[in-house]
Design a protein around this ligand. Structure first.
Ligand code: CO8
Length: 261
């Protein structure tokens, strides 16, 4: 009889259109082993397709976000083994998710964990959260977007300091350098992330999706091309019922009822 794989990532879809994806491997500080990566990708693919889901909260729970890739799984790996794992296909399930993702980070977000948080669109951190790219201390370097997403988020000089020294960065420091959206009391992290997600989930999903897509795609284009992309997406939204309803409700001084169409 084939055994069911142990569930190390849980998915909960709430009534308000928010999906909560929670990594649950506390004995290894939620380190990303093969099972965590596979299950994360599986859940993200499922919520991307599920029309009931309007926003996603990604968390490692109250104690620890993710302490990095599982060091035991790559300690003795060869380059070809690393290549054949094709983990980029699993990360893509998250980076290509068209719905807004809010990371709720408590405790450590290190290495692959920091990179995972940076795959999200909004990051809410508890006051005692710690971020870092300590790969250099293992004779490695960030391999899931850390060198690129970090430098785009915080600029060259902070990104270089963080990746070259492998230092830990406090939540307050990370907020000040633009790595985070908000810092709250540790006990409030998940609540606040859920609140933001519910707020976004109640907004017209086509507009929300276009904003996310254009911001991410446009950030790496020349400004003129990015502005064209923005204009086209803006114009496209005039074909949505929610755009008509939003404007009409404003003019009639009533609350808009969005259908998602
Ligand atoms: N991998 C595997 N196990 C881990 C990891 C990890 N990244 N982090 C913690 N654990 C395990 C520990 O081994 C320990 O297990 P055990 O009880 O069996 O000994 C358990 O979790 C608890 O950890 P600690 O006792 O160390 O807990 P502390 O509270 O003392 O310290 C720290 C917590 C600071 C998080 C510490 O565990 C630590 O430094 N962990 C490693 C952090 C790190 O270096 N992360 C980067 C990993 S490399 C990486 O992410 C590369 C990304 C590449 C992207 C993808 C490429 C394909």
């Amino acid at each position: 009889m084939s055994q069911q794989p142990e569930s190390v990532v849980h998915l909960d879809i709430r009534q308000d259109g928010v999906a909560v994806v929670r990594i649950d491997r506390p004995e290894a500080k939620n380190a990303l082993n093969g099972a965590v990566r596979e299950q994360l990708a599986e859940h993200f693919r499922a919520v991307a397709r599920n029309p009931q889901v309007r926003a996603i909260v990604l968390t490692g729970g109250e104690k620890c976000f993710v302490a990095g890739a599982d060091i035991r799984e790559f300690a003795q790996a060869s380059p070809i083994e690393m290549y054949l794992r094709h983990t980029e296909l699993l990360w893509e399930a998250i980076s290509r998710c068209p719905k807004p993702i809010i990371a709720a980070v408590n405790g450590f977000a290190l290495g692959g964990g920091c990179e995972l948080a940076m795959h999200c669109d909004i990051i809410v951190a508890g006051a005692s959260a710690r971020f870092g790219q300590p790969e250099v201390k293992l004779g490695l370097m960030p391999g899931a977007g850390g060198t690129q997403r970090l430098i785009r988020a915080v600029g060259k000089f902070q990104a270089m300091r963080i990746a070259l020294t492998g230092c830990l960065v406090s939540a307050q420091q990370a907020l000040a350098m633009g790595m985070l959206s908000e810092v709250v009391e540790d006990e409030q992290t998940i609540t606040r992330a859920l609140e933001l997600a519910a707020e976004i989930a109640a907004l017209p999903p086509l507009a929300v999706a276009q904003i996310k897509e254009v911001m991410l795609a446009g950030a790496d284009l020349p400004l003129e091309s990015a502005l064209v992309l923005e204009r086209k997406a803006f114009q496209l939204l005039f074909d949505s019922r929610d755009q008509k309803e939003g404007a009409q409700a404003f003019l009639e001084k009533r609350k808009a009822i969005f259908s998602g169409e």
